[in-house]
Design a protein around this ligand. Structure first.
Ligand SMILES: [Zn+2]
Ligand SMILES: [Zn+2]
Length: 167
């Protein structure tokens, strides 16, 4: 058995956390790490005490999105579930500002623009993600660069078995 490196260790935990999600469309998990110490975990979900996607179904919103297909910008309609608070936002709701200063966020999926914007203002200095989310990559990457936040995808990584949903 090869000992897991820290990146793998914390990304595995983020995936375990994501299995708590009740949205069938997307399971996202995130963890807050300060100097190799786990300070918080969160997944995407409806607010506490409110019916979640498994009870009331997803809350689908249709959005028009610009995608780049072979260098050509094309408008496509995409459906998203907007019932849940994103994992990164829940992580910010359940951790303290003082704990976040200088810390790292591991998240199973590349943050969307709104989450990235909030993370950029949260005190964290690094974001590590696994699955890409091409929709917002360009503006998120540019903003992280402006903020001086390390933003990197974990490659050569395989999530633990049974922790991912395909939708
Ligand atoms: Zn849902
Ligand atoms: Zn988000």
């Amino acid at each position: 058995m090869v000992r897991k490196d820290w990146d793998t260790y914390f990304m595995d935990i983020a995936h375990m956390v994501s299995t708590r999600s009740r949205c069938p469309r997307r399971h996202v998990g995130s963890v807050l790490v300060q100097g190799k110490k786990l300070l918080g975990t969160a997944y995407n979900g409806a607010p506490m005490g409110v019916p979640d996607c498994s009870e009331d179904g997803c809350m689908i919103s249709e959005e028009v999105e610009v995608v780049n297909v072979d260098g050509v910008e094309t408008m496509v309609k995409k459906q998203r579930c907007i019932r849940t608070i994103h994992a990164e936002q829940n992580l910010l709701l359940f951790t303290d500002r003082a704990d976040r200063e200088g810390s790292v966020v591991y998240v199973t999926d590349e943050p969307c623009w709104t989450c990235a914007n909030m993370l950029a203002n949260s005190g964290i200095i690094e974001i590590v993600y696994y699955r890409p989310y091409p929709k917002d990559t360009r503006k998120v990457t540019a903003m992280m660069k402006q903020k001086g936040i390390i933003f990197r995808q974990l490659d050569h990584y395989n999530p633990p078995p049974d922790t991912t949903v395909i939708s």
